[in-house]
Design a protein around this ligand. Structure first.
Ligand SMILES: [Zn+2]
Length: 206
């Protein structure tokens, strides 16, 4: 049996340190949140949005799923997107993939995987991800690691296109709302975030 004790202990220690450094740390956003960015990233435990961007509570509105997917029919993602843009008024959306992504690897391996014969939420998701990778899958294979990392970038670009086409995003742009989209990839090895693509209006920026 596991216990919550280690997490509770770290939590108390963290809260204490924060309050010691800044007595108003928790009071600041007690009654409202005003995050500057929406973060859409992978659920991977090695890619924690707040940690790798040095963000504090109140700064990021976060949605994470396997392989940072943006799917039009996904009410979970779409409601987060709508809420962040309309009610929170975020000015920036960061869509972040990462090298070594297990979700993208699973999509590459899908034909040889038991998932190919399953009807489950995970199997459907990985099948949709494989579809999003499209022609990228048939490119000349480099080493397995290079291929994975290239397809991670292909996935960020594919999901970014879905994000830029999403109704809440287009509505915001048409209404003249400032909203900048950034597609990034995170390097597990260096801890660095790299920008791949940016868009600030309905047409692609030059
Ligand atoms: Zn991942």
């Amino acid at each position: 049996m596991t216990t919550l004790k280690p997490l509770l202990a770290k939590n108390r220690s963290w809260a204490l340190q924060r309050r010691e450094r800044n007595p108003d740390y928790f009071e600041k956003y007690l009654h409202q949140q005003k995050p500057h960015s929406l973060w859409i990233g992978c659920s991977d435990s090695r890619v924690p949005a707040e940690v790798l961007t040095g963000s504090h509570p109140g700064e990021l509105f976060v949605h994470r799923n396997i392989a940072n997917m943006v799917v039009d029919g996904d009410d979970n993602l779409m409601s987060v997107l709508q809420y962040a843009i309309i009610y929170l008024g975020v000015k920036r959306i960061v869509l972040c993939g990462h090298y070594g992504c297990g979700g993208v690897q699973a999509a590459i391996d899908l034909p040889q995987s038991p998932l190919a014969h399953e009807d489950s939420a995970l199997a459907r998701r990985i099948a949709a991800l494989r579809q999003a990778l499209g022609d990228g899958l048939s490119d000349e294979p480099q080493t397995a690691a290079e291929r994975l990392n290239r397809l991670v970038e292909v996935n960020v670009l594919a999901q970014f296109a879905c994000l830029a086409a999403a109704a809440p995003v287009r509505d915001a742009w048409r209404a003249g709302q400032t909203l900048d989209l950034f597609g990034c990839v995170y390097d597990l090895q260096s801890g660095h975030l790299k920008e791949l693509i940016q868009q600030s209006a309905e047409e692609s920026s030059p």
